[in-house]
Write a protein that binds this ligand. Structure first.
Ligand SMILES: *[C@@H]1O[C@H](CO)[C@@H](O)[C@H](O)[C@H]1NC(C)=O
Ligand SMILES: *[C@@H]1O[C@H](CO)[C@@H](O)[C@H](O)[C@H]1NC(C)=O
Ligand SMILES: *[C@@H]1O[C@H](CO)[C@@H](O)[C@H](O)[C@H]1NC(C)=O
Length: 346
């Protein structure tokens, strides 16, 4: 969508520079010339990348931004400790977020591939926009390939199928209800689904190959982790045309996962075999690594305690509810009262 907005690509990547790119990397980069960016507040390092002196700087190869980075909010991300090569990845989710600048994400990502020199960036996304300019088509799909120096991405936005194509109807359906989102990733295609309806399919590459053009599907072949997250965009660093301008006064915000299902790709049948279901009756920390990082354009820092299991009664409005949910929250750093402490079952 915003492949190169604001980021000067003329410099050579090196370890320091590379480490500045976000881990999620769903982001329409970055400071520099986006509206509202104060250039005096940014400085250019020797390597040439813009970084805000007062903000988190991410040193070291693959280090992300760990530790205290001066972020003003907390958020949560879970990453599967297992890596997958192909499969079907499903999550039943209620974003419950109707404000600008917040993304609820289910994505596959080859750890560190956005940051390590020489690595090929591999990422497949579903992101539900809180609001911003995509209220009518709140479901963003994307593939990211290329590398840190030259990112290739193919974002496409969708309205929830079968629901009127206007902001109110889409908001009611997508933000206030539970729906099953799925990504299918095979050697031959990538497809995205909403409640079993296919939104998009990036077809086999043969046609593209024949036409001599690039095909992203063939560039996704290394193992990836499955990740679940919610995060606020930094309003000073992210172009508001993408997701809208985040306002910290809108915190707290919480998204709810009912279950996640992972299927293996079966090369013989070209279908999918169930590998596991996680219904979040417990928080399986063998399965899920809790994020303790952040990235430049994220207004928040991920921390484990912003992920909690809650009783179904809290994730109201779910007729299928009979157990517990994974709740991922964004909270103001100085307001612990924001944390959802009631009904915690963990
Ligand atoms: C990703 O890589 C970092 C090191 O850069 C490591 O600490 C973390 O455990 C990895 N996460 C996953 C999910 O593999
Ligand atoms: C996932 O892959 C990374 C490197 O690609 C490796 O370090 C890690 O051990 C793998 N995780 C599992 C659970 O196999
Ligand atoms: C936790 O996750 C691991 C890895 O997916 C799995 O082997 C184990 O059975 C899970 N434990 C429970 C209690 O579900």
């Amino acid at each position: 969508m915003h492949p190169t907005v604001g980021l000067d690509r003329s410099f050579k990547p090196n370890t320091k520079v590379v480490a500045l790119v976000c881990v999620v990397c769903l982001v329409p980069l970055i400071a520099g010339q986006g509206p509202g960016v104060d250039f005096d507040d940014l400085h250019r390092t020797e390597e040439g990348i813009y970084a805000n002196k007062d903000r988190c700087f991410c040193p070291g190869v693959g280090g992300g931004c760990f530790g205290e980075c001066g972020k003003k909010a907390y958020a949560a991300e879970l990453a599967s400790s297992e890596n997958f090569t192909y499969g079907r990845f499903e999550a039943r989710l209620k974003p419950s977020v109707e404000v600008d600048g917040i993304l609820s994400a289910i994505f596959l990502f080859q750890n560190d591939s956005a940051r390590l020199p020489g690595a090929t960036w591999e990422e497949i996304d579903i992101e539900i926009h809180g609001m911003g300019s995509h209220g009518r088509e709140p479901i963003q799909t994307n593939i990211l390939t290329g590398d840190f120096e030259k990112r290739v991405e193919t974002p496409e936005f969708f309205a929830a199928p079968g629901i009127p194509d206007d902001i109110d109807a889409q908001t009611n359906a997508v933000k206030k209800g539970f729906h099953v989102y799925a990504i299918e990733w095979t050697p031959d295609y990538v497809a995205w689904y909403f409640d079993g309806e296919r939104l998009r399919m990036d077809a086999p590459c043969e046609a593209a190959d024949a036409a001599g053009s690039d095909c992203q599907v063939h560039r996704l072949w290394e193992p990836m982790n499955l990740r679940l997250s919610v995060w606020p965009t930094d309003p000073e660093l992210v172009d508001p045309d993408w997701a809208g301008s985040f306002d910290p006064a809108e915190l707290p915000q919480t998204i709810y996962f009912d279950f996640v299902k992972v299927y293996d790709y079966n090369y013989d049948t070209k279908d999918f075999d169930l590998r596991w279901i996680d219904e979040f009756d417990t928080l399986n920390t063998t399965r899920w690594e809790m994020g303790i990082h952040t990235f430049t354009v994220n207004y928040a820092h991920f921390r484990p305690s912003n992920a909690a299991l809650i009783k179904s009664s809290e994730a109201d409005g779910d007729p299928q509810s009979d157990g517990s949910y994974l709740a991922l929250s964004i909270t103001n750093k100085n307001d612990e009262a924001d944390m959802r402490s009631s009904n915690l079952i963990r």
